[in-house]
Design a protein around this ligand. Structure first.
Ligand SMILES: [Zn+2]
Length: 73
């Protein structure tokens, strides 16, 4: 399991390491993203069709590559 979650916000899909409640981030909850911004999570079918934030995507890949040997989360 990866230490981050994908969350749609501000028209893009971002990744965040904030604790995520089971069932996902509630709409409107403030999250800190891997691209180092704070934004409110959005929900809905259409939100998952948005483009992936390039900065979050790059950081997520870096994290996945770096946590393989210590997958404690
Ligand atoms: Zn982002």
């Amino acid at each position: 399991m990866h230490p981050f979650h994908w969350v749609p916000a501000l028209g893009e899909r971002h990744a965040s390491t904030d604790h995520r409640p089971s069932g996902g981030y509630p709409a409107g909850s403030t999250i800190t993203t891997l691209c180092d911004r704070e934004m409110r999570a959005e929900v809905g079918e259409m939100a998952w069709l948005w483009n992936t934030c390039p900065a979050c995507n790059a950081e997520a890949h870096r994290m996945v590559g770096g946590v393989r040997q210590t997958a404690t989360v």
